[in-house]
Design a protein around this ligand. Sequence first.
Ligand SMILES: [Zn+2]
Length: 276
Amino acid sequence: MSNAAALPGQPRGAVLSGPATARAVNVLAPNASPMTLDGTNTWIVAEPDSDLAVVIDPGPLDDTHLRAVIDVAERAGRRIALTLLTHGHPDHAEGAARFAELTRTKVRALDPALRLGDEGLTAGDVITTGGLELRVVPTPGHTADSLSFHLLADRAVLTGDTILGRGTTVVAHPDGRLGDYLDSLRRLRSLTVDDGVHTVLPGHGPVLDDAQGAVEFYLAHRAHRLAQVETAVEAGHRTASAVVAQVYADVDRSLWPAAELSVLAQLEYLGEHGLI
Ligand SMILES: [Zn+2]
């Protein structure tokens, strides 16, 4: 699964290109699918008075989309000065090299293979381009290289595929691991409880105005699915595909291959914790 993202499970909302907070503007990529919802959200982030902007997740390799992102920034009087990636899935990162070429920017990511230029991203790094304060929060689990970005001034967090605007995400086994993912959700919960974050700017789907509620929903959903998987195993279902057919019976079959990755991650987690 190259660009795994959404599984059903949360109310729907509208997705629009345009301003989401005082500092973040969405440009929706034209790659809608059952796995990518309405398409990838490419985020342009800038201080209100700055002529420099940062782009998070240029999205798929689609020149029309990449040029539209540049156009939106330029019409606001801004030059794109830096490109960041939440993770390496192609629906977020495939267009990054081309985008960097068009904007003459560097690409910073956790995975060295995705970087262009000499700078990576690690936990606690603060991006200060044009006066921004964008803090790097490690959120592995969807993939090993998943990051979120805490946009302090807007009390917002850009979550990539760690939290989506609709449905729930895939733990993309074997790269993604459930234990990491649960730790990441708890880290995001602490941002909402201790640091006042109330808005989620996701990699797909609509903006969420109740960040804490979204994190709690994700934690509860994961606990519920884990209990279902444990029950299915105890009932004698021995393969991931058999567990999917049992536990994800309510989910469209086109999403079962993605669900199977999450089930494999859950089986690994249950095994590691001596629960099966
Ligand atoms: Zn992804």
